[in-house]
Design a protein around this ligand. Sequence first.
Ligand code: LER
Ligand code: MN
Length: 280
Amino acid sequence: MFRYTYNTLAYGREPLSEGIARLARYGYDGVELVGEPAEQDPGRIRADLDRHGLVASSIISIFTPERDIVSTDPAVRRRAVDYVRGNVDHAAALGAEVVTFTPTACMKIVPGAERAREWQWAVEAARAVGDHAGERGVRIAVEPWNRYETYLINRMDQAIAFVDEVARPAVGVMADTFHMAIEETDIAAAIRRAGARLTHVHLADSNRAAPGYGHLDFAPVLAAIADIGYEGWISYELLPAAGDVWGVLSGAGAPEFGDLYTGAAIAHTRAVLAGLGERT
Ligand code: LER
Ligand code: MN
């Protein structure tokens, strides 16, 4: 039986307390937060979660040119590692199980140094944050992003090779079906190859709308997740159909990601699982 959460990034500038109330209304178990520990008070978030009987599931790390794990500038690399450590501490304070990790700034699509060098920086950083996370009972999920958002880890097999080299029990891979729809030959087969390494899941349809609003077939994907014995969270990371997602979210926002997609996402997954004969 899966536990369901939803990334509040899609709710734009709406106060977090309203997002938490909405997720409770639609039957979610948890809330996925955008990692900005300096701007978020864990005590207040916990009070809002408790009021609605929800928990914090996971924290997504947002990497920028100022915090890039493989920047050629050592100060930027250090800031990125410190940022992930801060997200881990924030997760521990909130009781969240997972922090995501991708070793480049989001939307950086051209390497700044030799691939082998960047890979090594990324491995060292993942070991450092993995050790920090392991000591606090938190897991790090390495997330491949599509070619329009990164160049270093785009596919599950690269993420598998990466976490196997990192070799820290707290560091696993994650699957985001939006990125996978662009980069994988067979999403379900990639999830099966990840097996016990699978630490977190982002579901979104082919166009990053709620499952059911694009052209992905979630039946084989959910069957693969169930078959490998995955016990983590199913999170919906749904984002506007725009080249500049951040611009839309910090501006006018996208109202369909409120009630419409929040309700539709979990309902679609439950319907697919029921069709597969899985408990939902
Ligand atoms: C974050 O989880 C993600 O998938 C990225 O595409 C955000 O830029
Ligand atoms: Mn994602």
